[in-house]
Design a protein. Structure first.
Length: 106
């Protein structure tokens, strides 16, 4: 019973984090802020969903495979976010800065 509750809490939490990341894509003004929102939310969302599925699977081959998938995503998602942001910077895409913050720096 406790494992089922923890599993469902992880699955629901992962789903909510995914929705929050999607809202971040819609609400943030430029590529870099959107990339930050999705990069953070993507890894946490995947972790919680895979944890919930692993708890449902119990100690089995399926849980081991889910752990391997998580390890793969844990390393590749942040790396992909960094590479995309780096490519955008080298491509000349400038961040959108707030005019008030820009005036304070001058």
């Amino acid at each position: 019973m406790i494992i089922d509750v923890l599993s469902w809490l992880s699955l629901i939490g992962g789903g909510l984090i995914g929705i929050i990341g999607a809202i971040g894509i819609h609400r943030f003004p430029d590529f870099y802020s959107r990339q930050h929102a999705t990069g953070i939310a993507d890894t946490l969302c995947a972790m919680l969903i895979l944890l919930g599925l692993g708890l449902q699977a119990g100690l089995s081959l399926a849980a081991f495979k889910l752990a391997l998938i998580f390890i793969f995503l844990f390393f590749t998602s942040p790396t992909a976010s960094h590479v995309l942001a780096n490519a955008a910077m080298h491509g000349g895409l400038k961040p959108k800065l707030d005019s008030v913050a820009t005036e304070e720096r001058s």
